[in-house]
Write a protein that binds this ligand. Sequence first.
Ligand SMILES: C[S@@+](CC[C@H](N)C(=O)[O-])C[C@H]1O[C@@H](n2cnc3c(N)ncnc32)[C@H](O)[C@@H]1O
Length: 284
Amino acid sequence: MDNFTSDLMLDEATDFLSKITKNPRLESEVLLAKILDKEREDFYKSNILVDAATYQHFRNLLKIRHQGKPIAYIVGKKEFWSLSFKINEHVLIPRPETEYLVECCLSLMQETNSYKLLELGTGSGVISIALAKENPNLEITAVDISLKALELANENALSHNINNIVFKKSNWFENITEQDFDFIISNPPYVDKTQLTKKEMINLKYEPEIALFSMDSGKSALLHIIHKSHLFLNQGGTLITEHSYNQKEFCQNQMQKQGFINIKTFDDLSSHPRVSMGSKSNYG
Ligand SMILES: C[S@@+](CC[C@H](N)C(=O)[O-])C[C@H]1O[C@@H](n2cnc3c(N)ncnc32)[C@H](O)[C@@H]1O
């Protein structure tokens, strides 16, 4: 047989991927759409004829997925905040939980006001770009220690026509000269590598270690950010940080020690404490 159809290929692929993922149909559609340069919806409109070479290419990608490589790295993109972002192995794959960080930040802003915002550890740029899309009047500085990540973040900003973000290489605050930010926002590395199961380690092995892990039980980057932020915030400015489900008390205690006020933690959609924030006292 020289020709194959999308319906049959998707059924076969769904069965194959069902052993390794919870979303085998979705992932199969994403892979086939990438190869055929189509949208997933196209598979519901017609049964597409596919030649043997393309079929073979699809099978090769399925094998790579089956071996554990995340779908976002295979297709080179990921959706975040309903926007499509280019992704590669130099950056963390953006997580849905992180959309909650964006939501928390937006909830504190008057819609069109101009605020100065610093993002620490921007990776692919998703957080800053989502915020910039929502409020073009923001003045954003987004830093990362990885030049490769910054290149990608810049590319993503250009593809979304964003021009209110300055991307900068910096080891956290090291190259930040301004000290008048209204918001500091971060999704820092916070995973405690020593506590991971073998399966969790395997699941994370394709992502950059520097984006995932932090010393001192996953707390070192959070500690640094919480301790230094008040030096870079305006009076009344707010630090908002994502963290692991078991780091709420740690973040709150450290914020308190630094004199932050109005300290709060919010749960994500899975009811896990996920985002903590605190403001610099007007007298601090
Ligand atoms: C958890 S990832 C977050 C990426 C992106 N903001 C997101 O939410 O998908 C953490 C980011 O922090 C960066 N990073 C790690 N150590 C850093 C440091 N010392 N200074 C600045 N950025 C750092 C990593 O390169 C990575 O891009």
